[in-house]
Design a protein around this ligand. Structure first.
Ligand code: NAD
Ligand code: MG
Length: 406
């Protein structure tokens, strides 16, 4: 890269992916100019990052924390703002590259704003594609945005997929670490605590994706994500457990060739790929030493212990609003698990019940996506706690009546 610095924005800069992105940017300050950084509640880190990277704007989602942000950035020249609307405005500011690293469906509208600006969008926020994949991809095509996958598996596939001859692809194989409970039996999984679930053996990530990795819902969400990113039908996207997380995913071609991208498990590699695209830049990930790794193993996922993966596949097969409902119910269930209100095995059960009850008709626009997401959240909350959430009851009854067209 030469000439003017690349103008960049990070949505969710204080999270795991956000911090890895900041780490890459601060190593080469002359190459990048930071427009906006956003976070939900961590004012201290947001202000620190904004000063370090000389960002033009820092936005905090939680409006109550604006005075503190203002105070921490006094005299720095960094503009400050707060609230959901400010966050979406920041996402839509003209830049060359936006990192979409907010967690959950909360990232949808900010990501859409970046897509509508026609930027290169480095997409970590997989829930955005799961809950509104048709809409996001159609808007990207309409507005000339480029979506570059950050998720390590999709980034790997992107690097070895022949987009000029997609008919030559036989299969995509998504690899999964198997998470912290790969070898537990069902009785042990029933007793699993949030602390155990977020202690991922390989990857250090935010709490929500760590729980998703433990249930394998993460791989289910990634299956749906892959179906939107790559022109390959669902029945030709496979999942293989690969505990070492060195082979980040594979593309099998009709001639029998199988291409893969390998590397040490460090998200700074796929982030750097998207940041420098279409060229490459240095990233500080440990170099892969295959002789030291010595052994790479693969196994088929166990659907009895990890039902979430099949729930996601079935949601993808039914289409319409099913992936949106799956995602919303999962977010509610993961939150309930993390706050100690339900057990680990209840997560998939709640998602399954919500999928069976909430209407899965096709979603034509953002409003319909929001409606389906909201209905699923209310239903899931009701399944978790029927007494404390009476708002969920009418939805429950209404969706039962509508089941015929689901
Ligand atoms: P995280 O929880 O560490 O960080 C989330 C970020 O989003 C934080 O900056 C937080 O302030 C912000 N945020 C949270 N709720 C928000 C809201 N309601 N509105 C606006 N901002 C909000 O999460 P993470 O692990 O960095 O993951 C981010 C996304 O990237 C997720 O979608 C995850 O699935 C995906 N991803 C993460 C990894 C990883 O290694 N961490 C790998 C692949 C994909
Ligand atoms: Mg992944």
């Amino acid at each position: 890269m030469s000439g003017n610095p690349k103008r960049v924005t990070i949505l969710g800069s204080t999270g795991s992916i956000g911090r890895s992105t900041v780490d890459l940017l601060q190593r080469e300050p002359e190459r990048f100019a930071v427009e906006a950084l956003t976070a939900q509640s961590n004012v201290t880190l947001l202000a620190e990052q904004a000063r370090l990277l000389r960002a033009r704007l820092a936005v905090i989602g939680d409006e109550g924390r604006l005075p503190e942000l203002r105070e921490r950035l006094a005299g720095s020249g960094v503009e400050v703002a707060a609230g959901r609307a400010a966050l979406i405005e920041a996402a839509g500011r003209p830049v060359d590259w936006v990192m979409a690293a907010i967690v959950g469906a909360a990232g949808l509208e900010p990501t859409l704003a970046a897509v509508r600006r026609g930027a290169v969008v480095a997409l970590a926020n997989k829930e955005t594609l799961v809950c509104a994949g048709d809409l996001v991809m159609a808007e990207a095509a309409r507005c000339g945005a480029t979506i570059l996958p950050v998720d390590s598996e999709h980034n790997a596939i992107f690097q070895v997929f022949d987009f000029k001859a997609p008919e030559s692809v036989d299969r995509i194989i998504l690899t999964a670490s198997g998470g912290p409970f790969r070898t537990l039996n069902l009785a042990e999984m029933r007793e699993a605590t949030p602390a155990q679930a977020i202690a991922h053996p390989i990857w250090s990530m935010g709490a929500k994706i760590s729980v998703d990795s433990a249930t394998l819902m993460n791989k289910g969400l990634e299956l749906i994500e892959a179906s939107f990113l790559f022109p390959v039908p669902e029945d030709r996207i496979e999942v293989l457990i690969h505990p070492q997380s060195v082979v980040h995913s594979l593309v099998a071609y009709l001639d029998g060739s199988v291409l893969a991208q390998l590397g040490t498990p460090d998200m700074r590699t796929p982030i750097a790929f998207t940041l420098a695209w279409p060229s490459r830049m240095a990233a500080p990930a440990a170099r892969l030493d295959l002789a030291a790794v010595a052994k790479l193993t693969f196994e088929v996922p166990d659907s009895a212990r990890f039902p979430a993966l099949n729930l996601a596949r079935r949601a993808l097969q039914s289409g319409g609003g099913a992936p949106t409902i799956l995602n919303a119910a999962n977010e509610v269930a993961v939150e309930a698990f993390l706050s100690g209100r339900i057990g680990f095995l209840d997560i998939a059960r709640i998602v399954e019940q919500t999928l069976a009850r909430v209407n899965r008709r096709p979603l034509a626009n953002l409003e319909e996506v929001r409606d389906a997401d909201g209905a699923a959240r209310r239903h899931a909350a009701h399944v978790i706690d029927p007494l404390s959430d009476d708002r969920a009851v009418p939805v429950h009854i209404a969706t039962r009546r509508q089941r015929g067209d689901a």
